[in-house]
Design a protein around this ligand. Structure first.
Ligand SMILES: NC(=O)c1ccc[n+]([C@@H]2O[C@H](COP(=O)([O-])OP(=O)(O)OC[C@H]3O[C@@H](n4cnc5c(N)ncnc54)[C@H](OP(=O)(O)O)[C@@H]3O)[C@@H](O)[C@H]2O)c1
Length: 284
C-alpha cells in the first residue's frame, strides 16, 4: 500500500516540500505520496491526531507550528529537545510518534558537502535568535567552530539563547550595534526580515573578503541580505535552498531508511550553474 506523508503549516501554499519529496520518491523508487495541509493554530492538535488516525506515516512541520506540535509526540530526539522545536514527526512500527529536528543537519550538510566549507576553528555570526537559530546552533557546534556570536534586534533573546547553549561551546548574545569592528568567517542570516523585504542595520564591518554570507531564506532572485552582502564585497554568498533540500533529505531518511541523492536537485536550484527553467518552474 502507498504510504502517505505531508507537510503542515499556516499558510502552506508556498511550501516547496511537496515538490522536493516527490523528486526524492521518484529518484529512490519509494512508493509514497506527499501532501500539504494548511492547519490553523487552534485546530493543530486535533487535526494532526486525525491525520495519524487516518494512517499518515510522517509529517514535516513548518511555521507557526514547530513548538506547539511537540505535544503530539510520544518522545523527542535530543536535537529536537535542544532546539525546543520539531520539524519532523515519525510514526514508528509500534505506533509511537517521535518528534525530531533536521534543520541543523540540513544546514551543516549544505555547508560542508555542497559548498565545501571547513567549519572547524572558524568564527560564526548568526543574525536572528528565533526558532531556526535554536535549530542550527547545536549542529554548528558539532563542527567545532572557534566561537558563535548571536546578534538579534531584541538582544535579550540572543543573550537567553547564548545562556541556553553555553555548555556546547563559546557563545555570546548581543545586539547588531555591538558587532562593530568584529570580523567573521561565516555570517548566517536567520532573521525573517527579508520575507517582508526588510534589511536590518547590520554593520558592514562584519564582512571581510573571505566571509561566506549564508541566508537561511531563499528566493528566485537575490534576497535583501544576499544583495547587501554582495554590495559589501562578501567573499561568497548563498541562499537557503541547499539547506531546504538537505533538511528534507534528512527527514526522508528518517521515514524511509533511504538517503536520497541531493546533488541532482541542488545542481538545478536557482543560482546554481546547471539551473534549468524546468526545475525552477517546479520549485516556483
Ligand atoms: N532554508 C531552510 O530550510 C530554512 C529552515 C528554517 C527557517 N528558514 C528561514 O529562517 C528564517 C527565520 O525563521 P525562524 O523560524 O527562526 O523565525 P522566527 O522564530 O519567527 O524568528 C524570526 C527572527 O527574525 C528577527 N526579525 C524579524 N523581523 C526583523 C526585522 N525587521 N529586523 C530585524 N530582525 C527581525 C526576529 O527578531 P526579534 O526577536 O527581535 O523579533 C527573530 O530573531 C525565516 O526566513 C525562515 O524562512 C529557512
Amino acid at each position: 500500500m502507498t504510504d502517505r506523508y505531508g507537510v503542515i503549516g499556516h499558510p502552506i501554499a508556498h511550501s516547496k516540500s511537496p515538490v522536493i519529496h516527490r523528486l526524492f520518491a521518484e529518484a529512490t523508487g519509494q512508493d509514497l505520496v506527499y501532501e500539504a495541509w494548511d492547519i490553523a493554530p487552534e485546530d493543530l492538535i486535533e487535526r494532526v491526531r486525525q491525520l495519524f488516525a487516518e494512517g499518515i506515516r510522517g509529517l514535516n512541520v513548518t511555521v507557526p507550528h514547530k513548538t506547539e506540535i511537540a505535544r503530539v509526540a510520544s518522545r523527542l530526539s535530543s536535537r529536537a529537545e535542544l532546539a525546543g522545536a520539531v520539524n519532523t514527526l515519525i510514526v514508528h512500527a509500534d505506533g509511537s510518534i517521535e518528534g525530531d529536528n533536521t534543520d541543523g543537519a540540513g544546514l551543516v550538510n549544505d555547508l560542508r558537502q555542497n559548498l565545501r566549507v571547513r567549519l572547524a576553528g572558524t568564527r560564526i555570526l548568526i543574525l536572528g535568535a528565533g526558532g531556526a537559530t535554536r535549530g542550527i546552533v547545536p549542529a554548528l557546534f558539532e563542527t567545532r567552530p572557534r566561537d558563535i556570536v548571536i546578534a538579534n534586534r531584541t538582544p535579550e533573546k540572543a543573550r537567553e539563547l547564548a545562556r541556553d547553549f553555553r555548555l556546547l561551546g563559546r557563545i555570546l548574545g548581543c545586539q547588531f550595534q555591538e558587532l562593530g569592528g568584529q570580523n567573521f568567517d561565516l555570517v548566517i542570516n536567520a532573521t525573517s526580515a527579508g520575507l517582508h523585504g526588510e534589511l536590518p542595520p547590520f554593520p558592514p564591518s562584519i564582512l571581510g573578503p573571505g566571509t561566506l554570507c549564508y541566508d537561511l531564506s531563499y528566493s528566485m532572485h537575490d534576497t535583501p541580505f544576499v544583495a547587501w552582502a554582495r554590495e559589501q564585497g562578501a567573499g561568497r554568498v548563498s541562499q537557503g535552498w541547499g539547506m531546504l533540500v538537505e533538511q528534507a533529505a534528512e527527514s526522508f531518511y528518517l521515514w524511509r531508511g533511504v538517503r536520497p541523492d541531493t546533488k541532482p536537485i541542488i545542481a538545478k536550484l536557482p543560482g546554481a550553474p546547471g539551473a534549468t527553467d524546468t526545475m525552477q518552474a517546479r520549485l516556483a
